[in-house]
Design a protein around this ligand. Structure first.
Ligand code: ZN
Ligand code: ZN
Ligand code: ZN
Length: 301
């Protein structure tokens, strides 16, 4: 799931076309899978469905992130893409569950899949995935591709090769169980991919600590700024993928306002430099406040 490509016009176009091509292949593969009675093909069809959804979601997230904040949605639309990714994940879990169920059934009583259709669709899948990967990589030139996208692309290529291999196993050695076995493997690949994205989306939607940050480290870093006496009511959350927000209270000695502002500048610079947090709100205090021992959000203790 390429979640970090640049939001230029060309990328949006490539994403849309790739999503439509993948969706069309999903339809063709699903129909052929039923016709050929091959669970591997049906499984790979649903896998392509989830990939098409992921491409649509990525395209949609670009559009949403590019929209300016409004008076009503002052943070902008970072989370629209996150919400869409979560819903897309839910949509894929249903077919995956069905695949596990049918895969177990067919393992016990393998059918007789048509290996010629499997060979044709497996080859077409390898070609389509190769074209889409190359197009996306060209569109995202200069941007770092997240490792999980590469892993997923490798998984896609393996799924296509797996279908070719299963077709040959069925043709040469009559190993009919290869078909449901591959169907189960592909269902596993789909769930593994979707699960990671859903957990990350849920973390963002529930305003969890952004990935890769340690609350204690951030707190200790702020305490290390000279003349900072205490840090409390610290909140860090994600507005969307790669966009963090931060609030906390910092207690300092009674100082002229300009000195307080110098401390504030240091805290801001530190947060940006060490943790890449840019949307920062700090409340400076000279006396102990009521939130020292906990947060003031109702019910949060
Ligand atoms: Zn895939
Ligand atoms: Zn306070
Ligand atoms: Zn609080």
């Amino acid at each position: 799931m390429p979640a970090h490509a640049p939001a230029d016009h060309n990328t949006g176009w490539v994403l849309k076309v790739a999503a439509l091509a993948t969706l069309a292949f999903f339809g063709a593969e699903l129909a052929c899978g039923y016709y050929a009675r091959s669970l591997a093909l049906i499984g790979d069809a649903w896998h392509n469905f989830s990939d098409a959804l992921a491409l649509f979601v990525t395209w949609f997230a670009f559009q949403a992130q590019a929209r300016a904040p409004s008076r009503h949605r002052t943070y902008g639309y970072h989370r629209a893409g996150v919400l869409a990714a979560f819903v897309a994940g839910l949509l894929v879990l249903g077919p995956a569950g069905w695949l596990f169920y049918r895969g177990a059934q067919r393992l016990l009583a393998p059918g007789q899949p048509d290996f010629r259709i499997m060979l044709a669709l497996g080859a077409a899948g390898v070609v389509l995935n190769a074209v889409v990967s190359v197009a996306l990589r060209r569109a995202a030139r200069g941007e770092q591709c997240p490792p999980r996208v590469f892993l997923h692309m490798a998984g896609d290529a393996l799924a296509g090769l797996g279908i070719l291999l299963a077709a040959l196993l069925i043709r040469i050695w009559g190993l009919r169980a290869a078909d449901p076995l591959l169907g189960l493997l592909i269902a596993g690949l789909v769930v593994w991919t979707v699960w990671d994205v859903m957990v990350e989306s849920l973390d963002i939607l529930l305003e969890g600590l952004p990935r890769g940050l340690e609350l204690e480290q951030v707190e200790a870093a702020i305490r290390s700024v000279p003349r900072v006496q205490d840090v409390h009511d610290l909140h860090i959350w994600s507005l969307g993928v790669g966009a963090q927000a931060f609030t906390c209270h910092v207690r300092i000695p009674p100082l002229p306002f300009a000195d307080g502002e110098a401390i504030l500048d240091q805290v801001n610079a530190l947060l940006e430099r060490r943790f890449r947090i840019r949307h920062v709100t700090v409340q400076l205090e000279c006396q102990e406040c009521e939130a020292v021992n906990g947060c003031h959000i109702p019910g949060a203790r």
